[in-house]
Design a protein around this ligand. Structure first.
Ligand SMILES: [Zn+2]
Length: 391
């Protein structure tokens, strides 16, 4: 069983493989379509009824079962030169779960539908585009203009929308991408929610001056001040809660020159945490310590968290406890298709470890044992849902 899924994952990973061993299956490229065709052929071998919607999401549904469907899946696209597990794992886990239940002789009451979403990574149109179309969510003006390049129309978007009443729930099994499970030697992360994100444009003001003639004690160097402010932010975040994170991923000195003391520095701050309030508290403290005009902050993103259905998080925990699988409850620091499904149907998500927490890289790796344990949890979870013990 372990081997079957590992072989399929590596077969898919080989499609679009780069010389360095990374996988290039960016949505709407030839490699993506080739990869999706392969997954569709696996679904058909398993006897699923398959279809591809107008924006390119792949579905495979069991003939067994009636009424509302249990939707299981993730995405089939990768980042440029990505890994073979991110996304694809959750799709193959759904297929493997069906095979496993059949081998056990479990009679499905409800059909299982496996979905392979397109364009989760946002390299062609926008992040989680495929699942947003399925869930009937807003497509931005900028995204609409990128759709033409991949030959999509607004009608395609509208016709890919699903009827939420057709589904009992959506389940997504994904690699953790954070290193916590690997480090703590845990097998499953029961996802409680997906983090809130805030982003700011930060400007630090000083006084530009001659770099040779101005003694150190007379300087008001915006670059040096920025370093101090960023260090302080890191300190505040770390002290607040080890699960809060902040990043300065872009930094710029306008009109910077080797012989000029920086008069201004501009950078971007991103923070992620399980709630907005905690982050606002930290930013408030930073602003108290560095008032304007030294530090000016302008917020440009305020994205609230997405909660998974607590009944499904609890059910994942219950399965782990019953099977004596070491697990922990956690928040996802990364966005997933589950954000969109959570708006229209009960959604549950869990992680398996990724070695050293690496993802979006040729080095991405999850062991066959961890994958098999993930599928075992998924299969038990599906049975409970199927028997109406959870929702
Ligand atoms: Zn992913």
């Amino acid at each position: 069983m372990r081997d079957r899924m590992a072989v399929e994952l590596s077969n898919l990973g080989n499609i679009g493989m780069t010389p360095g061993g990374g996988t290039n299956r960016v949505a709407y490229t030839e490699a993506f379509f080739k990869g999706r065709n392969y997954v569709q052929s696996v679904m058909e071998q398993v006897g699923l009824n398959t279809k591809v919607d107008a924006v390119g999401n792949l579905y495979g549904t069991t003939r067994e079962g009636a009424g509302k469907k249990i939707l299981i899946g993730s995405h089939l696209d990768t980042v440029p030169n990505g890994g073979i597990y991110d996304g694809a794992l959750g799709v193959f886990a759904g297929i493997e779960c069906i095979r496993r239940l059949r081998e056990e002789g479990y009679p499905l009451i409800h059909p299982i539908e496996v979905v392979g979403f397109i364009e989760e990574e946002g390299n062609a149109v926008g992040g989680t585009f495929g699942s947003r179309c399925m869930c009937g969510q807003e497509i931005g003006a900028k995204e609409k203009s990128s759709m033409a390049a991949v030959r999509l129309t607004e009608e395609d978007v509208l016709s890919s929308r699903c009827d939420p009443n057709d589904f009992l729930c959506y389940l997504e099994m994904h690699i953790e991408q954070g290193g916590v499970l690997d480090k703590e030697r845990l097998s499953i992360g029961a996802v409680e929610g997906i983090v809130a994100i805030i982003r700011f444009y930060a400007t630090v003001n000083g006084q530009s001056n001659h770099a040779g003639t101005t003694p150190m004690y007379l300087r008001n160097d915006a670059m040096v001040k920025s370093c101090e402010i960023i260090q302080r932010l890191v300190q505040l975040v770390t002290a607040y809660d080890p699960s809060m994170v902040c990043t300065v991923g872009e930094f710029q000195i306008p009109y910077g020159a080797v012989n000029v003391i920086p008069g201004q520095a501009k950078f971007l701050i991103e923070m992620r945490y399980k709630n907005l309030e905690g982050m606002k508290e930290v930013i408030g403290q930073l602003q108290k310590e560095y008032a304007e005009p030294t530090l000016q902050l302008r917020q440009f993103l305020n994205q609230d968290r997405t909660l998974m259905d607590p009944r499904l998080t609890e059910a994942v925990e219950a399965v782990c406890q019953a099977q004596k699988i070491p697990y922990k409850r956690m928040y996802s620091g990364a966005g997933h298709d589950a954000i969109n499904t959570a708006r229209i149907m009960p959604t549950g998500m869990f992680f398996i470890p990724s070695k050293d927490g690496i993802s979006h890289s040729a080095q991405e790796y999850s062991s066959a044992k961890d994958m098999a344990q993930g599928v075992a949890v998924l299969a038990e979870l599906v049975k409970k849902i199927d028997r109406s013990e959870v929702l």
